[in-house]
Write a protein that binds this ligand. Sequence first.
Ligand code: ADP
Ligand code: MG
Length: 301
Amino acid sequence: MKIAILSQDPSLYSTKRLKEAGEKQGHEMRVINYLRCYMNITSLRPSVFYNGKPLEDFDAIIPRIGASKTFYGTAVVRQFEVMGVFSMNESQAISRSRDKLRCLQILAREGIGLPVTGFAHATQDIDGLIEIVGGAPLVIKLLEGTQGIGVVLAETYQAAKSVIEAFRNLDANILVQEYIKEAQGSDIRCFVVSGKVIAAMKRQGAKGEFRSNLHRGGQAEQIRLTPEERSTAVRAAKAMGLRVAGVDLLRSNHGPVVVEVNSSPGLEGIETVTGIDVAGKIIEFIEKNAAVGATRDRIQY
Ligand code: ADP
Ligand code: MG
């Protein structure tokens, strides 16, 4: 098969590993910087151009769209979809997962466990917002943050109030969330491929840090999931319409709660910690499904 990896940087671990895993199976792998692609929007012969030439005959694409490039990145993915090319994750599902509020609303509709969450833009009623989540301590998040940036723990009512006020003045959309203290600064990354958790790890934040992101100095180790955690992760990926997803869970007193569903989960941490050939499993999934083609996003929101 001829497979394109849409990535800004061929030297990234995930990009390299996917290319390597595809080549090992005898596929022709090409890394395409989607920001350099341009397109003709036409119903007659839609194409994606790259370095002056149309990208033709691809059987599948693997989108690795950076969080800050979602708008253009998903447009390129959509164009490939219009051309009938199979995408590992579809453009709709990627856009959907990038918006934390939309993500939580969809998961809530499916009855999936979530931290109690409030959402606001310019409310005058800060007390009311804080009350929704049961008071301080609580977590405040900017709607489109990533790698732990824009996630704040407010330990007291006063701290919560000042942070919410500050964000309000920045004209930002914010989530206010129940603080899952019992998670003790750790979360669980479940790597889901095609309806199965193929690898999982527990990430522990650096000392004194409640955010477990590896980018924030967290440490990871392999972990065994409970059946409930496993099914929560699988249901969350399915609800988002993602065939490949990194579902992040917290172990709360009221069972596993989903904090985030990632459409371009990194491979480095999970492969290093678990020793599992995650890239190989992704290629295998594409081999089995790309041929069938005609997979369409069926989620309504
Ligand atoms: P980002 O997209 O920036 O990674 P997350 O929502 O995943 O933002 O939050 C970053 C980290 O902060 C999580 O991995 C988790 O360790 C911690 N965290 C987030 N929300 C909560 C919460 N409600 N209670 C406890 N810890 C949380
Ligand atoms: Mg996260």
